[in-house]
Design a protein around this ligand. Sequence first.
Ligand SMILES: NC(=O)c1ccc[n+]([C@@H]2O[C@H](COP(=O)([O-])OP(=O)(O)OC[C@H]3O[C@@H](n4cnc5c(N)ncnc54)[C@H](O)[C@@H]3O)[C@@H](O)[C@H]2O)c1
Length: 327
Amino acid sequence: MKCLVTGSAGFIGSHLCERLVRDGHEVVGIDGFIPYYPRAVKERNLARLKSEPRFTQHRLDLRTDALGPALDGVEAIFHLAGMPGLTQSWTDFDAYQSCNLTATHRLLEAVKKADRLKRFIFASTSSVYGQFSTGDEIMPTRPASPYGVTKLAAEHLCHSYQAFDLPLVVLRFFSVYGPRQRPDMGYFRFINAMLEDQPITVFGDGLQVRGNTYIDDCIDATALALNAPVGETYNLGGSETASVWDILQKLERILGRRAAIYRESARPGDQRSTFADTSKLRRHLGWQPKVILDDGLERQVAWQKSAYFRPLIAAAKAWSASAAAPH
Ligand SMILES: NC(=O)c1ccc[n+]([C@@H]2O[C@H](COP(=O)([O-])OP(=O)(O)OC[C@H]3O[C@@H](n4cnc5c(N)ncnc54)[C@H](O)[C@@H]3O)[C@@H](O)[C@H]2O)c1
């Protein structure tokens, strides 16, 4: 099958492209290398794919560039491109509304008449539920951040294109972690700070709880969504929850050193608890998470310690020392 993955140079998108290629699909990637984290990190994410004959990468901004040629003959679309993370969404709303909403709208318009399209899989988030995101798909959606609002609006926009027979499946991801995790995400920051003997900033009381999803489990479910019934929405999350303190304790054990903690007040809109009831995903697609948190964290630590990874830290430092390029 010919598959398009938007956000192909990102954390989840690059893993998904590798998996789809391994499964024998022809894969087209689109990514605009939007500079909310360093381009060098995204280039690294794509490194293994560059030599794959069944993979083609297009550097395109979904908000502005012509999409037609990249979409030619595509039978399945995994739409992962977007501005993730809630903190910046309070200060850079334009980037969030344009990358999450305008970009999605342009993609939907471009595929409106694609009669070969079998599935359009939209990557949404637990943030559509808001501060308390523990339960199944019928939880009320009350996003508590501009990020969650733009992702929920994008979900609704996708649903509206079912008027044009869009074969839509929505996946709501819950806190994905593992190798290539984005540098703004908590576990990445915790591990890096501990490796560099720097203090870790804990926001609020540290009792906020996450239902974490290991990247391989996330990718398994996303690939299976090619067979999901059209029109369905699924929570996608792991089988364990952990508070910030639980995670720090596990990292101290894995790294064999104590974390130095610096406390700050809670961030506006931060989720208090997330845990996906994934019964529907299990029932419909036979999926279940396989990687336990202890193993997943060990794998992320190994990646952040590896020679493959360390040069990225230098790139990230140089990048954050200079002003981030405008979006
Ligand atoms: N990582 C998580 O825990 C998590 C949780 C919930 C939902 N999600 C969703 O999953 C998706 C992927 O997340 P991620 O963590 O891999 O993020 P990521 O930032 O690593 O990847 C997203 C990619 O999309 C690209 N992109 C953004 N706007 C674009 C545009 N206008 N045109 C072209 N490319 C554009 C970026 O350059 C980036 O490489 C996002 O839609 C995010 O909202 C992620």
